[in-house]
Design a protein around this ligand. Structure first.
Ligand SMILES: [Zn+2]
Length: 270
């Protein structure tokens, strides 16, 4: 599933080819995504210039002069630029053709993604209740500390709650908790302010490092079938249950928290 770093890298990859360009046509070959693509998307978007490509949580906001295309990559979606008229393969559901001769092509085998239209995207029902962006000053350890008081839920699902902070997926929650030395099973309400300050710093660090690595894939967004995958990075615990901790050698343990698989080191994390 594309996580925040992959979505941010997609934004950086496609934005220079979209911003300032006028849309000539929208071709929809398959409308049935998580929600149906609006029937009138071609009418609404064609002829408009794209002003700005933003990201909010894992949504891409392609802002035109009037209105915004809200796109989500779902479980398996990707966006890349192809030449207009390049034959579409299976699962290549949408082309947004630009006057430059390039088209933004949306591919999504599992069709859990979204392409919606809004005149007020930040107040759209999918976006309006989202917590702060993790890499901004609106998110810090003090926020985690305050919001967690009185909460008995485990700390890992707590930091993965989009109302607390957006974009902390399973990989990044698992790695940040390891780096902060916090047992993911601990009750969120029982963790000290000092440990939350450390945890917020580690969340920012693991996400920023992944985005930085994604920068090496930016050229993959143009032509061919370039599909930047997960960014190669050193994972200390995620996906390593049963293996030795890279820090202390103890066997890493698997546990399920909030219906998500979790791995932690029983010695390094408490
Ligand atoms: Zn360890």
């Amino acid at each position: 599933m594309p996580e925040l770093p992959e979505v941010e890298t997609t934004r950086r990859g496609i934005a220079p080819h979209l911003e300032g360009q006028r849309v000539s046509r929208v071709v929809v070959r398959e409308r049935r995504l998580r929600w149906p693509i609006p029937e009138d998307l071609d009418v609404r978007l064609s002829g408009q210039r794209i002003v700005l490509v933003e990201r909010r949580a894992k949504y891409l906001l392609i802002n035109a002069e009037v209105g915004t295309l809200i796109s989500h990559l779902g479980m398996s979606g990707n966006l890349r630029l192809v030449e207009v008229g390049m034959p579409a393969a299976k699962h290549e559901h949408v082309d947004i053709e630009l006057e430059s001769g390039m088209a933004l092509r949306y591919t999504d085998p599992r069709r859990f993604g979204a392409m919606l239209w809004s005149h007020d995207p930040h107040n759209h029902e999918l976006l309006m209740r989202l917590g702060p962006e993790p890499l901004t000053d609106l998110f810090d350890g003090e926020r985690l500390f305050q919001l967690s008081r009185g909460k008995s839920m485990a700390v890992k699902p707590f930091i993965m709650d989009n109302a607390v902070v957006v974009g902390v997926g399973n990989i990044y929650a698992t790695e940040a908790l390891f780096a902060a030395g916090i047992d993911p099973r601990r009750a969120a309400g029982g963790i000290s302010r000092g440990r939350y300050l450390k945890l917020a710093i580690e969340i920012k660090r693991v996400l920023a490092a992944a985005i930085e690595r994604g920068g090496t894939t930016l050229r993959d967004f143009i032509g061919g079938d370039g599909q930047p995958g997960y960014f190669q990075q050193e994972l200390f615990v995620y996906g390593r249950g049963g293996e030795a901790c890279k820090v202390c050698g103890t066997e890493l343990r698997n546990v399920v928290l909030g219906q998500r698989a979790s791995v932690f080191c029983p010695r390094c994390q408490s």
